[in-house]
Design a protein around this ligand. Structure first.
Ligand code: ATP
Length: 364
């Protein structure tokens, strides 16, 4: 097992900064997801770890060893790309055995390991078939198996499931997690899909525009996003953010949401943190899952614009003075498009962000 450390890493393509001063540690045996929208620098980071790309400045360390100048072929990492790179003229068995043969592994040991990985990835029925005729789903399994079979201590996967169908993606999420648990590899997994990151990773590194925004466990980034980018990006739907002004009423701090009304009093720790801020202008944030319909006319007043049934739950879309708000409810929720609803954001779930900087205002 090996840890990975990125030390003040930067990458420029000409004048364009693809990565701006990034420090990140991936622990031994940890599953780290690099998460962010298209173009945020995930693949560039991954390529630098793999040795396919050189950083403009900064270092890459595996354990205590600075490998910044070690060529890709000598870094000993397994790498699986979005576009499976497998040999279509070979059978599945030959593809799986390829890395072991190249290392001179004995025939019996190769057979044993091919059998084991094929079993694990449910490839056994296809072992002697030519790869060319197989489906995308199977090809991506072969690509994962081919890298995993040499048991690299560092395993890098760049959007490996983006080309496969939704049902198979759900299966593979579980299988990849099992694979990593079994071999205890240090795994870095690039994805733009927050659900993939949330369900698989031990920790998530959220990136935007070449800047690392937050590193934390799935629940940390979900519950306590450090800024409005992370708040919106994590969660499905993301966090609601309403422009608000903080006001004192009867010794308690509330958020004035304009036409939508006044929030309940903020919790004492959040109010204390907010009172320490220079500006009263904030983003009032709450998760769609934390919204409930008020029993009376108390709470926020929102116009219901659309009711979306997603099977297990119902998503209600609201308008709050021109700002879209979403709430996730049980299917029997009594809300109708075109009506006005009174809803409450639970006090404990409220998050505040400085309107000027977008940074979280955090209570103790
Ligand atoms: P995606 O999911 O779309 O691949 P990403 O987060 O992985 O996005 P990168 O591929 O790392 O993003 O690209 C980051 C930025 O750097 C993008 O704006 C991209 O256009 C730019 N970029 C990447 N490689 C090069 C290159 N070789 N030359 C110039 N610009 C590049």
């Amino acid at each position: 097992m090996t840890s990975i450390r990125l030390d003040t890493l930067t990458k420029k393509f000409g004048a364009f900064s693809a990565i701006r001063t990034m420090d990140l540690e991936v622990h031994d045996g940890e599953f780290m997801a690099l998460l962010g929208p298209s173009g945020c620098g995930k693949s560039t980071t991954m390529n630098i770890i793999a040795g396919m790309e050189r950083p403009t400045s900064g270092r890459v360390l595996f354990g205590d060893r600075d490998i910044s100048n070690v060529p890709m072929t000598r870094r000993g990492v397994g790498f699986v790309f979005q576009n499976y790179a497998i040999f279509t003229h070979m059978t599945v068995r030959q593809n799986l055995a390829y890395g072991l043969k190249a290392r001179g592994t004995a025939g019996a040991e190769t057979d044993r390991r091919v059998g084991a990985i094929a079993d694990f990835l449910q490839l056994t029925p296809f072992l002697d078939q030519p790869s060319a005729k197989l489906s995308v789903n199977i090809l991506q399994r072969i690509a994962i198996g081919r890298s995993a079979i040499v048991e690299p201590s560092i395993f890098l996967l760049d959007e490996p499931l983006s080309n496969v169908d939704a049902a198979f993606r759900a299966v593979m999420r579980t299988e990849l997690k099992h694979l990593q648990r079994q071999f205890r590899q240090t795994m870095v997994y690039v994805t733009h899909d927050q659900l993939e990151a949330m369900t698989m990773a031990d920790r998530i590194a959220v990136m935007d525009h070449g800047v690392l925004q937050q590193v934390g466990t799935p629940l940390e980034v979900y519950n306590n996003p450090v800024n409005i980018f992370v708040a919106r990006f994590i969660g499905s739907p993301g966090m609601n953010l309403l422009p608000a002004t903080l006001v004192e009423l009867g010794g308690r701090l509330h958020a004035d949401l304009g036409k939508a009304g006044l929030s309940r009093a903020l919790t004492a720790p959040l109010a204390a943190a907010a009172r320490g801020q220079k500006s009263r202008d904030v983003w009032f944030g709450f998760r769609p899952e934390e919204l409930s319909v008020a029993a009376d006319t108390a709470g926020l007043t929102l116009a219901v614009t659309f009711i979306e049934r997603i099977g297990s739950r119902t998503i209600a879309h609201f308008d709050a003075g021109g700002v879209a708000v979403k709430g996730v409810f049980e299917n029997d929720v009594a809300l109708q498009a075109g009506s006005t609803a009174h809803v409450v954001a639970q006090e404990q779930s409220v998050r505040l962000f400085d309107r000027a900087t977008g940074q979280a205002i955090v209570g103790d």
